[in-house]
Design a protein around this ligand. Sequence first.
Ligand SMILES: Cc1ncc(COP(=O)(O)O)c(C=O)c1O
Length: 376
Amino acid sequence: MSNQPIQFIDLAAQQAKIRDKVDAGIARVLDHGQYIMGPEVKEFEQQLSDFTGATHAFGCANGTDALAVVLMAWEVGPGDAVFVPSFTYVASAEVVAMLGATPFFVDVDEATFNIDADSFAKAIGDATEQGLAPSVVVPVDLFGQPANVPEIQRIAEKHGIKILVDAAQSFGATLHNKRVGTWGHASTTSFFPAKPLGCYGDGGAIFTDDDDLAAVINSIRLHGKGSQKYDNVRIGMNSRLDTIQAAILKEKLAIFPGEVEARDRVAARYAEGLKGVARTPKLMDGATSVWAQYTLIVENRDNIQAHCKEAGVPTVVYYPMALSQQTGYKHFPSVSGGTPVSDALSGKVLSLPMHPYLGEAEQDRVIDAVAGALKG
Ligand SMILES: Cc1ncc(COP(=O)(O)O)c(C=O)c1O
């Protein structure tokens, strides 16, 4: 029993809990047959809006499109600098480059893994000197903890820079008692299966309180439609959330608050068990996390990974290379002085198994494996 491999993320345990309801939800879609923009999409969007407190919530095809749709709504393109942390998943910068704008890499804060406000402030001056128009900043809520958007906002406001929060990993988290989805001018999330709220395929959502922006976002995700379906008033894309995925997500959202609490209990137990042994993640004052990842900072990562593997404890490195160092991205500008924190983190981060169904005995095995490797 104790040698059974531990799941890094256990989607099967979650499915077993809600399988009947998911089956029934899918069956309802098969019965009514409205696979595209069926009633479940609207129902789920309303639930998203109620849950987050955002005035508008739109389902879309994935978290990458969600970012692209907002940037398209703001007409971001060549000549625009979009500030993106160097320590993030590629999608945060990919959409910027895809639209012909310039991803401008800034560094992160080692304590939170999120965008560093001083580095952002410095990058605004750098971009201007390079003849770029500072247009948008994309704070990323890495590993499930909200970025310090109020601090970013104070700087962005002075320069008329819009804020697009990439909340792909943090749906369900809060900052100063406000849910993710209500921060920035707009925010986006992902329902990729392994995300805290995941579907059984690709899915994403966009949130905003701005009515005018909402109307444009809705149009862009539907091929730039105008008041009628075959009246296309702008360039858009095909980025709808499938009805079947919405039906699945409705059932998952129903159990999500309990799952977030369970994730928090696992995180608290890891923190307690690894106190004085490893550098465990820190939350900012006023922030909660949904622990999309539980990420340590370690010095001898290879040893620890090998030791954990032997003990049947999977570990993953998110992310092994900062974006500004990657082949497809290193020609884009970075803040003057570079992104040393992002570069160093990529060599030191190690994520542990994290999901709401991780039992205490399994948590102890994880703690023992990490502690054993660090002490041994
Ligand atoms: C930070 C971040 N941004 C964007 C995305 C893109 O989401 P998706 O995979 O749904 O396109 C992801 C997840 O994969 C992510 O982790």
